[in-house]
Design a protein around this ligand. Structure first.
Ligand SMILES: NC(=O)c1ccc[n+]([C@@H]2O[C@H](COP(=O)([O-])OP(=O)(O)OC[C@H]3O[C@@H](n4cnc5c(N)ncnc54)[C@H](O)[C@@H]3O)[C@@H](O)[C@H]2O)c1
Length: 223
C-alpha cells in the first residue's frame, strides 16, 4: 500500500492506494467521526462493492443511499435523496458519509457532507481511475445546475481517500481511458520523468497491471 499525506494543517488527510484495501476494515474505521455511517453509492457500483465496504465497517452499523447512475443525475434533486435519508434516520452532526463510486457519487456525497448540519465528516472510496487520480482529491464538491456544470458546490475535505485498485478491474474500458487521459495530462503539464515512465508502461496500464496503476495514481495525486 502507498500512503500519501495531503498537508492542509488541521484538515490534513491520507490517501491510501493499493490492492485489497476494502478488505482492510481498520483503514476505514479509524477515520469515522462517530457511530452513524451513511454509505452513498449508485445502482452500478453498489452491487459490485457495497458488501465489501459494509464488511469493512465490522460492527459499526450503517445506512445506505443508492443513487441513479449518470452525470444527468448530479443535481439538487438527487442530492435531496441523501438529505432525506440522513434526516429519516436521524443522523447527527457526528455522522460520517462514505462516497463509494466515481466522480459523480464523490462530488455529490462530498457536497451533501459539506451542507448537512453545516458540515459533517466524509470519506472518499473512489472506484474509477478518474476519481482516484483527480476528483476524490482536493476537496472540490458540488452538483450541476441546468445553466452550468458544477455551478453549485463547496470546498470540503475528506477524512481520508481509499483508492483500492482492485475496483478498477470492473471498470469499462472507456472509463479506464478517461482516467488514463487525465494521468497523461499530469505528465504533460508537470512531470517529464513521469511522462517518460507512462510511455514505457502504457501497455501495463491498459492491461490493468495493479503495480503500474498504483504508481500512476500516486504520481498523479502528488501533482
Ligand atoms: N471534484 C473534482 O475535483 C472533480 C474533478 C474532475 C471531475 N469531477 C467530476 O467527476 C465526474 C466524472 O467522474 P467519473 O469519470 O468517475 O464518472 P462517473 O462517476 O459517472 O463514473 C463513470 C461510470 O463508471 C461507473 N463505475 C464507477 N466505478 C465503477 C467500477 N469500479 N466498476 C464498474 N463501473 C464503475 C459509474 O457507475 C459510471 O457509470 C464529473 O461529474 C466531473 O464533474 C470532479
Amino acid at each position: 500500500m502507498h500512503t500519501l499525506q495531503v498537508d492542509l494543517g488541521a484538515r490534513s488527510y491520507p490517501i491510501y492506494i493499493g490492492r485489497g484495501l476494502l478488505s482492510q476494515g481498520e483503514l476505514l474505521r479509524q477515520h469515522l467521526a462517530g457511530r452513524q455511517v451513511m454509505i452513498v453509492s449508485n445502482e452500478t457500483v453498489a452491487p459490485l462493492y457495497l458488501d465489501r465496504v459494509a464488511a469493512a465497517l465490522g460492527e459499526v452499523t450503517h445506512e445506505t443511499v443508492i443513487l441513479p447512475d449518470g452525470e444527468q443525475y448530479k443535481n439538487l434533486e438527487t442530492l435531496n435523496r441523501i438529505f432525506d435519508a440522513l434526516l429519516e434516520h436521524r443522523f447527527e452532526r457526528s455522522c460520517t458519509l462514505v462516497a463509494l463510486g466515481g466522480g459523480v457519487v464523490g462530488d455529490m456525497t462530498g457536497f451533501a457532507a459539506a451542507c448537512y448540519q453545516r458540515g459533517v465528516a466524509f470519506i472518499q472510496i473512489p472506484t474509477t481511475l478518474l476519481a482516484q487520480v483527480d476528483s476524490s482529491v482536493g476537496g472540490k464538491t458540488g452538483v450541476n445546475h441546468p445553466l452550468g456544470k458544477n455551478m453549485i458546490g463547496a470546498f470540503h475535505q475528506p477524512r481520508c481517500v481509499i483508492a483500492d485498485t482492485d475496483t478498477l478491474d470492473t471498470l469499462p474500458d472507456r472509463e479506464l481511458s478517461a482516467g488514463l487521459a487525465e494521468v497523461i495530462k499530469y505528465g504533460l503539464i508537470r512531470d517529464a520523468d513521469f511522462l517518460a515512465w507512462l510511455e514505457d508502461n502504457m501497455d501495463a496500464l491498459l492491461a490493468r497491471d495493479h503495480a503500474a496503476l498504483a504508481h500512476a495514481i500516486e504520481q498523479s495525486c502528488r501533482n
